[in-house]
Design a protein around this ligand. Structure first.
Ligand code: SF4
Length: 203
């Protein structure tokens, strides 16, 4: 059966075929998303010390920064940790309706930017916020993001970024949510709009 131009959609297929193709694409994306693997050093299902409100915390395995005085050296080896799928983590997050958000800590989350960006996007779709810790500075991340789309995506899927390495000489126990004075809590969306690091109004 032939179809007139009006009966065809944007891509030249009849509308029903285009609809089916769109559904298949969505399902494929969802399958890829949920099957993506994250190497995890550990999780904390309820925390009030890793960002504002009650949070689910994922400690990503692998860190290249090797800050002297790091509290989590067991996270450094990228070959260590346990593999969990995005779906497994999402199920645990969805099980707790009291959560305000999810914190991606480490280790260095940007070593696994692709799958963590998928998880962060799914978390934000559910109305929660995402705080991402990184040993990179905001400026260095933006430089890396110019050639690495997965890093770009994880930056964009984060509401807040706690940036910079832990510097023992600048250790300050009075600082909320971070260990040393060089580390900043950055409002990601405001910073992307302004073209420079904009500090969050909390912490
Ligand atoms: S960035 Fe964080 S996890 Fe990595 S070495 Fe520094 S303090 Fe440790």
């Amino acid at each position: 059966m032939r179809h007139s131009q009006q009966e065809r959609g944007r891509n030249g297929y009849p509308p029903l075929v285009e609809f089916c193709r769109a559904v298949v694409r969505l399902l494929e994306e969802r399958i890829v998303c949920h099957a993506a693997v994250i190497k995890v050093a550990g999780i904390v299902k309820e925390s009030v010390v890793d960002g504002p409100g009650l949070r689910f915390v994922i400690f990503a395995q692998g860190c290249p920064h090797r800050c002297p005085g790091c509290q989590n050296p067991q996270t450094w080896d990228p070959a260590g940790g346990t593999e969990m799928t995005v779906d497994e983590l999402l199920e645990q997050i969805k099980a707790n309706p009291l959560l305000k958000g999810v914190t991606l800590s480490g280790g260095e989350p940007f070593l696994q930017a692709g799958p963590l960006a998928l998880l962060a996007g799914a978390v934000r779709e559910r109305g929660m916020d995402v705080v991402t810790y990184t040993g990179y500075t905001w400026e260095k991340l933006l430089e890396l993001a110019k050639t690495d789309l997965e890093i770009r995506r994880l930056v964009e899927e984060s509401n807040y970024l706690v940036d910079g390495p832990y510097v023992a000489a600048q250790r300050d126990l009075a600082l909320p949510f971070r260990g040393s004075r060089n580390q900043r809590i950055i409002d990601v969306q405001a910073s992307l709009a302004a073209g420079e690091a904009v500090l969050a109004g909390w912490g």
